[in-house]
Design a binder for this molecule. Sequence first.
Ligand SMILES: Cc1ncc(COP(=O)(O)O)c(C=O)c1O
Length: 457
Amino acid sequence: MDRTQELTSNYTESQDTASWYTYQSYVESSARTYSRVIDKVIVSGKGSILTDADGKEYVDLLACAGTLALGHNNPEIKQELIKYLHTDEVMQGLDILTPAKYAFTKELLGLLPEKFRDEARIQFCGPSGADATEAAVKLFKTATKRRTVLAFHGGYHGMTAGALSLTGNLSAKDAVASLMPDVHYLPFPYDYRSPYLVQGDELIETSLHHIETVFSDPESGITKPAAVILEAIQGEGGCIPAPAKWLKGLRQLCDEYDIPLIFDEIQCGFARSGDLFAFQSADIMPDAILLSKALGGGMPMSVVVYREKYDHWKPGAHTGTFRGNQLAMIAGRKGMEIIRRDKLAEAAQKKGTWLKAELEKLKQKYTFIGDVRGRGLMLGIEIIHPNTARSPKHPDLGDGSLASAIKKQCFANGLILETGGRFGAVLRLLPALTISMDELERALELLDLSMSQLAQG
Ligand SMILES: Cc1ncc(COP(=O)(O)O)c(C=O)c1O
């Protein structure tokens, strides 16, 4: 019996889920992440409830890293997919026009802010968010004939080489010898851990002044950028919303210095923040937006939508085999229709406002909660070492070990959430936009219970 046969017979035929999990650890790479905490076999999902092979239920506040905006197995999306599978329409179409693609692009354009829509071009990319990042960088380097890209501390744009180059988190970069050159980083206006020792309006002014200095100083060391890329609400970086006033200021500076501005809406987009797109909180127009996750209604798909004036690409300048995933177009179109029809941005805002207020109450109860922040259904709880003397120069130390312990305790109690941010100390809540108030209340009870168990322990 060879190794694979041995593993298969030992583990997969067993009904014991611990054995299945051991099997996974043998056959999959050690880069596994979520499955290190979610160490059960998940057999079904409905809305915001997942069930494991032992029949245990979990309230899911992760929604596949924010991908399943309409929850697991949304019945309307499923129905559309089943209907499509009964036709002889194609499954894949490269970049050829099909009825599914026509309907998808119409729905997508319909969701965009009018001013942007009127001059928008869509580039279909490979299936992942990182593919959209890669495409956008190429697009703007081509259009501007410049080589530098500016990104932000704490930003996350994916794990492929170019996208990783634009990502703040060092742990994934440390081991990789050479990434894309000519990327420079600016501090993000992270009020709780202010990079400039000042907060609020002063932080906004100082940050914008810093950026203007980089743009204008002939000795800044940074050549004129092809683009600036950012998330209006940083997700993996720790759920950090950029203040609207700062976003407006950044837009003005980019206009003044003729530098394209790319909003990565892969996580914060599609109604999650309470606006259809998170940059809309500042009432500004992007030069490009990156979309993935919710875009495909649960199926893999990504696009860059950008202003026509930057379309300097020659035919074939950016290709990719899986740009024509028709099932993603079918599911995605239906998903967008539901987001619009059911006013899910408003729903996210209402539910998020309620949830945030409840989390603030937990903050009063537990000294290890340093900050509660976010917008809509994209909320973060920063876990700290309590009783550290806090000052702008010495913010509380993030307690990544406690955050991780809370996450594990939550899972044991039947609640799935994620950590992220500096020191891994931010508990991140990214539920489906369709999560019910009952489910949110249940999630809150489980979170409180898990925190209280650890506070006692
Ligand atoms: C803001 C943002 N950009 C890009 C990506 C990369 O997307 P993918 O993992 O599909 O490559 C992510 C993924 O979490 C993200 O949150």
